[in-house]
Design a protein around this ligand. Sequence first.
Ligand code: CAA
Length: 257
Amino acid sequence: MSYKNILSDNKDGICYITINRPKQLNALNSTTIAELNKAITEADNDNSARCIILTGADTKAFVAGADIKEFATFNIEQGESLARQGQKLLFNLLENASTPSIAAINGFALGGGLELAMACHMRIASDNAKMGLPEVSLGVIPGYGGTQRLASLVGKGKAMEMITTAGMLSATEAKEWGLVNHVCCQEELIPLAEKLASKIKRNSPMAIAKAIKSINAGFTDGVNGFEVEISEFGSCFETLEFIEGTTAFIEKRKAKF
Ligand code: CAA
């Protein structure tokens, strides 16, 4: 499918999604969010796509936030709807997808951009990346899940500091804070994401989907993550992938999923 503001390409079991509005530093407007919703839904429904790599076009920005020019004149209802719809269409969709996603942060990841990276299952960054939630400098707060996901990734105290100061972290600081898993130079960013994806691709997609669901359950209000784990663990048994994985181990060969 061809899109206006994103590129989506499925190659060797990896779905590459690139936010492609470099002149606006890949800011997320409503069209971009709708297109990302389509591309992610498609990738998640495609059994041949075993991992999603999400990045921004060019080398300056991953995503510099929600499109400020689009929402600057919104009223209270429109503001609330922007956050609710965005969370539903993109951020929660990505976090709850069965296909693991890697944010390859290639530059500024600010506001909605960092929120998008945080909705991915893991994050890696190039050494020029800068990350922050600067919304309070605009007289608003993070609305795409940033107050919740940042606190769960770096802890409440650090999230309070980042959000109230509206400051930016360098890639190295973000790694120290646990916000990104790995840092490398710009040229190595996609190859590093592909290296992680190739490890993921060796494993059972069924089991990966259940592991994502169980991990997410522990961060969901009113849900007992341990109970979800027990039930998801049990439901692996008798599946073809469980039989293949355990048989391959016993037969001393590599499992084929
Ligand atoms: N929305 C809309 N346009 C944006 C944008 C954004 N978030 N970020 C950058 N742009 C646009 C600029 O307006 C500019 O466009 P024009 O050339 O048409 O004027 C173009 O991208 C290049 O940006 P700059 O000229 O500002 O580039 P710079 O190198 O001087 O600065 C920057 C880079 C520090 C990232 C700066 O662009 C910036 O501060 N951007 C805004 C960051 C921000 O506040 N993000 C949070 C948005 S609010 C949000 O995300 C709410 C939410 O949680 C839902």
